[in-house]
Write a protein that binds this ligand. Structure first.
Ligand code: SF4
Ligand code: SF4
Length: 293
């Protein structure tokens, strides 16, 4: 943290207190990924195009019948996106989308390996890490529709088709993984859909009304940690495709971050959740810091 930690005279916060949303979100993401692995692995719903077989709840069925639960799973996620967006904006992106989770992890790796000061070797390493992540991520979905061993058996008639489909998808997924969270900010079709269709934000993060920007001093930690590159203190007042509340994924990282900054200094966190936005003057919304404090 860039903010200097001052002398302590209060009980120090627990890790859980300052990382509540990080922990909850990661738990939700991991459960979704586990479901994506377990469902086809246990043959609860799986199609194997390479061997013209399918299973529903462990029972072998025709490929045509096996398609139904896969289509239903896709439909379920599509409906989930629409309903969640109507209730609380891009909450799907911040809590459920496996692609969003992978992009966040990639962003963390990217900061270490692929920044302007990185050595060429480190940058090359990031290309390789991104490729491994992209392949694993894609395998997660291909496992729903084929026995993955088909990729190693050239005698199988589906061998060239599977490789063609996999490599075509890999081009897009590699790009997504390589650029990390910028994919979610700019390119993701699901993200764009949620920005341009009707949405509502019941819960949103903002700076608590008793504070203003001058209370932050030189700290900009919530801005640095926001996965969507927003200014969390005032983004809820801004109507903008990239910089406003449309872009917010309701992750709560800004609330956690402000606690990590303020609580160790025995100060009240500035960031909070609200259901109704407090009145704010235009200078605050424009990001002007008052000089009187
Ligand atoms: S503004 Fe806060 S809740 Fe919204 S995306 Fe950024 S860190 Fe997450
Ligand atoms: S709101 Fe909190 S974390 Fe964000 S800049 Fe101000 S003090 Fe720092």
């Amino acid at each position: 943290m860039s903010t200097e930690i001052q002398a302590q005279s209060c009980p120090q916060p627990s890790f859980m207190e300052t990382h509540k949303f990080t922990l909850l979100r990661n738990t939700a993401y991991i459960l979704v990924i586990l479901a994506l692995i377990v469902i086809p692995e246990l043959k609860i719903a799986k199609i194997d195009l390479a061997h013209d077989e399918a299973w529903i709840f462990g029972e072998k069925v025709s490929v045509e019948d096996g398609l139904m639960p896969v289509v239903m799973a896709v439909g379920f996620f599509a409906i989930l996106v629409i309903v969640m967006n109507l209730f609380n904006g891009r909450v799907f992106c911040g809590w459920i989308c496996p692609g969003g989770w992978v992009a966040e992890i990639q962003d963390l790796i990217r900061k270490r390996m692929y920044n302007p000061r990185s050595q060429a070797l480190s940058k090359a390493g990031y290309y390789i890490v991104s490729l491994i992540t992209a392949v694993l991520f894609l395998a997660l979905f291909f496992n729903w529709v084929t026995d993955l061993r088909v990729f190693f058996y050239s005698t199988n008639p589906m061998f060239p088709w599977m490789w063609a489909a996999f490599l075509s998808a890999l081009v897009v997924v590699y790009f997504e993984v390589f650029i990390g969270k910028r994919w979610c900010r700019t390119f993701c079709p699901t993200g764009i859909y949620q920005k341009i269709t009707p949405y509502h934000h019941k819960f949103k993060t903002t700076m608590a009304p008793q504070f203003d920007l001058s209370d932050c001093g030189s700290c900009r930690e919530c801005i640095k940690n926001c996965p969507m590159a927003l200014d969390p203190r005032r983004m809820a007042y801004i109507n903008d495709f990239y910089k406003g509340i449309q872009a917010c994924i309701v992750c709560g990282e800004c609330v956690d971050t402000c606690k990590q900054v303020m609580l160790p200094q025995c100060k009240e966190p500035l960031m909070t959740w609200v259901t109704d936005l407090p009145e704010r003057d235009p200078d605050f919304i424009a990001g002007k810091v008052k000089k009187t404090k």
